[in-house]
Design a protein around this ligand. Structure first.
Ligand code: FES
Length: 115
């Protein structure tokens, strides 16, 4: 994980589940925090789901779209988070859904196990 550069996303599996690990730069965090609340479809995200790691921070979340289970593609869309190409759901860099049909964020994975 320490080899994952800031700003990059790794898709891997953990405990039989496909997950994303995203190393966010401080600028990405600042920009994502500043996004409008009005387009946040699921308000359940909490900042403690992001873990500081040196000059960057780590987000671990499920790689399964909360609509019908496809794997969203990172770096795409207006928020450069993820876009699910199956039906067009859009997630920001925190995995917060910004455009449906999905209505729930990419589920958070407790990343304390990754150090
Ligand atoms: Fe992702 Fe439908 S499965 S938008």
């Amino acid at each position: 994980m320490s080899e994952l550069p800031p700003g990059e996303v790794l898709q891997t599996s953990w405990n039989g589940e496909i997950i994303f690990i995203r190393r966010l730069t401080n600028t990405e965090i600042k920009d994502t925090v500043a996004l409008p609340k009005t387009t946040e479809l699921d308000k359940a995200f909490e900042m403690n789901q992001i873990t500081p790691a040196g000059n960057s921070s780590i987000l671990c979340c499920s790689a399964i779209c909360t609509h019908l289970g496809c794997i969203p593609v990172p770096y795409l869309g207006a928020y450069k988070g993820w876009v699910c190409l199956c039906h067009g759901s859009v997630y920001d860099k925190f995995g917060r859904v910004r455009q449906g049909p999905a209505q729930a964020n990419l589920p958070y994975i407790n990343n304390s196990v990754f150090g």
